[in-house]
Design a protein around this ligand. Structure first.
Ligand SMILES: [Zn+2]
Ligand SMILES: [Zn+2]
Length: 332
């Protein structure tokens, strides 16, 4: 499926917005009920490179994958030579390296444990750069943005030179070092095999707060638009896996936010910073938060102790404040 097909549906979704609103308001917006996603997680058709381990006692599941999606991807990608000089869409071809995915794509160890009893929180929590959820394809779900300041929306910043894209036809790409393939829009290469015409879309993944994620097809296959959803692109209603209704997220195709820019479920923010008893900080998680690879972060920090944070921030093209905001506090 091509991006062209995706966008040709915009007119239909505008027409359908009225009826979608009707469906929405006819359903109680009850977020107080509890939901157990373990059966849906277990029944989902995860890719062969994904291993799912359910822990009934802890009410969690662990997702492990090599990070490479099981659907096809583009043969070549545009990789910005200076990833901090955003946006990219107005940049000429010289601004990019053209890489062959066969050599460039690199396996990444994805390992995350997510609750199977998500709890709706009244106060939303902003999603960060880096992984915010996992998809059945083995790849990761990111939010809309390419920068910490949330000014550059990846889908709207699409650039194609000589048929080579920045984002592929699945709305995905890797980090600049070829690791951590992730989506910035509906993973259409995945949903094309999941969704059924005339039906609510099927669960395509799970957000880190535990709530399930769907494409933009709501009840009866009606396309849902961003403004028919809450501030985190979610709502309460029935889905194929949860016929009695649950809070769930929809990725959308009409306008930003296309992705999930805040969690409406309880989420352990401290989780990614949690070192094991003052041991080595979780540099992989910090790198993800900054949108760079762990290697880039380690190179920037160097091997002096304490690190030259000022120099590291400059090398990563971010402000010192932004870097210190994600570095763990020194041990007391
Ligand atoms: Zn990206
Ligand atoms: Zn829905």
């Amino acid at each position: 499926m091509s991006r062209k097909v995706l966008y040709s549906t915009v007119a239909v979704s505008v027409l359908a917005a009225g009826s979608a609103l009707y469906l929405l308001s006819s359903y109680p917006q009850d977020t107080s009920g509890t939901v157990d996603t373990s059966a849906a997680v277990e029944a989902a058709t995860w890719a062969d490179n994904v291993s799912i381990t359910l822990d009934a006692a802890e009410s969690t599941f662990t997702f492990q994958s090599n990070g490479i999606p099981d659907h096809g991807f583009a043969e070549q990608y545009l990789i910005p030579i200076d990833p901090t000089d955003q946006p990219f869409s107005d940049k000429p071809a010289e601004f990019f390296d053209v890489v062959n995915s066969a050599e460039y794509f690199t396996e990444s160890e994805i390992n995350t444990t997510i609750t199977t009893t998500p709890v709706y929180a009244k106060e939303p929590t902003d999603t960060s750069l880096g992984r915010i959820g996992v998809a059945l394809s083995g790849a990761q779900i990111f939010n809309d943005y390419e920068d910490m300041e949330r000014t550059v929306v990846a889908i709207d910043d699409q650039v194609i030179h000589d048929h080579v894209p920045f984002l592929d036809e699945c709305n995905g790409h890797t980090l600049v070092d070829g690791t951590d393939y992730h989506y910035h829009g509906i993973p259409v290469c995945l949903t094309v095999r999941l969704d059924v015409e005339g039906e609510h879309s099927y669960m395509l993944g799970v957000l880190e707060d535990g709530f399930p994620v769907y494409s933009n097809l709501d009840v009866n296959g009606v396309e849902i638009s961003s403004d028919a959803l809450d501030e985190c692109s979610g709502h309460v209603g029935p889905t194929p896996e949860f016929p009695d209704g649950t809070y769930h997220y929809h990725l959308t195709a009409d306008e930003a936010p296309y992705m999930i820019d805040c969690y409406h479920g309880e989420i352990e923010q401290a989780e990614m910073m949690r070192g094991s008893g003052g041991a080595r900080p979780d540099f992989a998680a910090i790198a993800q938060e900054l949108g760079v690879s762990e290697q880039m972060l380690m190179d920037a920090l160097g091997d002096t102790m304490p690190p030259d944070f000022d120099g590291a921030a400059k090398e990563l093209g971010i402000s010192l404040d932004a870097l210190m905001a994600v570095m763990p506090a020194p041990p007391q």
